[in-house]
Structure formats: C-alpha cells, structure tokens
Design a protein around this ligand. Structure first.
Ligand code: S3P
Length: 203
C-alpha cells in the first residue's frame, strides 16, 4: 500500500504529508496536527515565501515555472526531514519528481468542494491562479488535479462543509487513521514473524 513500503512493522511514519486543492486547509491542519503529535510543521508555501517573497509577486515577475522548480526543490528537502508534518501547496503534486518521492510517504489528501472553500477564495489576493473568477478557476484546477491527489493518497479525509471540518475534528480523524495504520503495520509485522518462525522451525 502507498506510503508504507519501507517501514519497520509497528513504527510511525517518518513524515506525514498533506496534499489537496487550494484553500482545503492544509496549512491550518498541518500546524494543528504537528502540535497534536509533537512534530514540527513544514509549510512549503511559507518556505518559498521566506526565500523568494510573496508567491503572487513571483508568478508576476519570474513566472510560474520559476515557482514550480523552486517549489519542487523545497518539497524534496522537506521530505528528507524526520518527525515533520509537511503541508504542500496545491500544485506541488504536479511535479514528476515529487510524485515519485510521495510514493514512499504517508500522504493525507484533504478532499473538499467549491461550496466549502468559496468564502476563503472569493477575495483572495494571495493565490495567483485564482486572480480572476476565483470559484470557476478553483473548480477547473481541481478537476484537472483530482485524479493525481487520489492516486498519491495513502488516506483521504473529507473536509467538505457537509462533514465536520473543524480543525480539531479533522486532526482527530487523521490521528485515528494513523492509529489504524500503526495497527495494520503491527499485523503485517506479526505475520512476517510467523512466517519467519515457520520457515526457521527445525524439520
Ligand atoms: C497553488 C497553490 C497555493 C500556492 C500557489 C499555487 C496551486 O498553495 O502554492 O499559489 O497551484 O494550487 P495552497 O494550496 O496552500 O493555496
């Protein structure tokens, strides 16, 4: 299963990575989840802005390609750190190298819809891709990326308005999924132990 290939049985993932469309709440959930688990949060958009300044200005002056290349490097570096929750910008998953790296990560996809994010994007000056007709632009971009999010996800968490999208509730759901994952890992470990005992038993 995705995000679980080279872990020792029963151990927690080295990192938790949040993906999903713009305004799904990745930054908020990332910092709340990190606080709840005693981990450090790395927000790749914030890292980018620390180094290069506001994303919208960089899109305007240096172009989206510059942003994407820098973003891919920041993501790759973040994915070398241990004990972190990494929140990715919504488009970071488009990069082929990032997709490869995510195959080995515990990836939480925050799934949402236009009705839920509408209040957060209608007067958004921070997101260059939503500068005009933000709701339609958001839907168009999400439609194009949805299958990529689904493919990369280890687990999917519904953060639509219809579900309980309070940050505390979302964090609790992610913690429960992590517990399930740890239990599944222990189960897999026990199976491997049994197989080892079976094959090493004296004939
Ligand atoms: C983008 C999402 C933004 C930011 C940039 C581009 C995208 O991050 O990285 O504006 O392509 O979806 P959020 O997902 O945090 O809004």
């Amino acid at each position: 299963m995705r995000g679980r290939p080279d872990r020792d049985p029963g151990t927690a993932p080295r990192r938790i990575v949040l993906i999903g469309p713009m305004a799904a709440g990745k930054s908020t959930i990332g910092s709340r989840l990190a606080a709840a688990l005693g981990l450090t949060v790395v927000d790749t958009d914030q890292e980018f802005e620390r180094r290069h300044g506001p994303i919208s200005g960089v899109f305007a002056s240096l172009g989206e390609n510059f942003f994407r290349e820098a973003e891919a490097r920041i993501v790759a570096k973040a994915l070398t750190r241990e004990g972190v929750v990494v929140s990715l910008g919504g488009g970071a998953v488009l990069d082929a190298g990032t997709q490869q790296l995510l195959a080995d990560e515990f990836v939480v996809y925050l799934e949402t819809d236009a009705e839920t994010v509408r209040p957060f994007i209608t007067r958004d000056r921070r997101r260059p891709l939503l500068a005009e007709n933000p709701v339609e632009a958001w839907e168009r971009v999400y439609d194009r990326r949805r299958s990529t999010y689904e493919r990369l996800a280890t687990v999917t968490v519904d953060v639509t308005r219809a579900s309980s999208r309070r940050p505390e509730a979302v964090v609790e759901r992610i913690r429960a999924l992590l517990d399930d994952d740890a239990a599944a890992q222990r189960g897999a470990g026990a199976e491997t132990d049994q197989q080892t005992r079976a094959t090493s038993r004296p004939q």
